[in-house]
Write a protein that binds this ligand. Structure first.
Ligand SMILES: Cc1cc2nc3c(=O)[nH]c(=O)nc-3n(C[C@H](O)[C@H](O)[C@H](O)COP(=O)(O)O)c2cc1C
Length: 249
């Protein structure tokens, strides 16, 4: 190994130490640091170098206006989802709170993936002190997604519709670089599929071409000391990911 080559253990430890932050301090993120992590994000590989994504950066009043509208819609949607058919019909009639963009995130997981999602959900809700079956507490906890867990910066990641899965893949690579650079700067991040249901609220604040669709949000800020920020999500074993050739099965 050349002397300039860092010990590869360093990268393994650094990667393993990143985790999602779900409780942020209100401390602002300096613009120079935000610019640096966005620059680092763009060193990720990309399909034919097309970079088929856009990032809307919500801070200050823009962030607050979007969060307030999300919280207001979530309070309507979550109540109606909890109550009976009459309330569901009221939602369909008034339409306020109904998802305006991606409805797939409210669909159940397929059997193969469900246990993994259930496990992280159960472990996180236990940590938050939400009792099994307490739907109100659960909805309140999920609702924290709509205040971006207190993060002062929320990014909204849009992908170009023409490149389909490759646009999402490129955005994912860019996001991971961004999250790791943020981590190296002592910042926490949380990718947020939860915000991908009311795209119209974001488009009121930003001029975004209809050629792009919302992928997810990404909260950035300084992590608080809350134990939730030390939560270690289970990581599947390599053998669960790797597919062996048929003849070795
Ligand atoms: C595209 C994407 C969307 C996500 N959406 C949410 C979300 O809406 N709310 C949330 O609390 N966590 C969300 N997460 C975070 C995952 O739950 C988390 O990455 C996973 O449990 C593994 O934990 P770790 O990031 O701490 O390693 C999302 C992650 C990704 C990659």
């Amino acid at each position: 190994m050349s002397t300039n080559q860092p010990d590869p253990k360093w990268i393994s430890e650094f990667l393993a130490s990143r985790r999602s932050t779900r409780d942020f301090l209100p401390t602002p993120v300096p613009n120079e640091i935000l610019d640096q992590i966005l620059t680092d994000a763009l060193t990720a590989p990309s399909w034919s170098n097309t970079r088929p994504f856009k990032v809307a950066i919500a801070t200050d009043e823009v962030r607050d206006r979007i969060s307030n509208e999300f919280l207001s819609r979530w309070s309507v949607l979550s109540q109606i989802m909890r109550r009976g058919l009459k309330n569901k019909l009221r939602l369909i009639y008034s339409r306020y709170g109904l998802p305006t963009s991606n409805r797939s995130i409210v669909k159940p997981y397929v059997a193969e993936l469900r246990p993994r999602a259930q496990r992280v959900g159960k472990e996180l809700y236990e940590l938050f002190g939400v009792k099994r079956g307490d739907r109100t507490a659960r909805d309140a906890q999920w609702g924290k997604n709509y205040s971006f867990f207190g993060a002062p910066v929320e990014l909204f990641i849009y992908i170009h519709k023409s490149l389909h899965i490759y646009a999402a893949s490129d955005a994912g690579l860019m996001m991971e670089n961004l999250m790791l650079s943020a981590h190296a700067h002592g910042l926490g991040t949380c990718a947020q599929g939860a915000v991908n249901i009311w795209d119209d609220v974001i488009r009121r604040e930003f001029d975004i071409s209809k050629d792009y669709r919302l992928l997810c949000g990404l909260a950035i800020g300084y992590p608080s000391n809350s134990p939730v920020n030390s939560f270690q999500a289970h990581r599947i074993d390599v053998s669960e990911m790797v597919v062996k050739p048929k003849k070795f099965k």
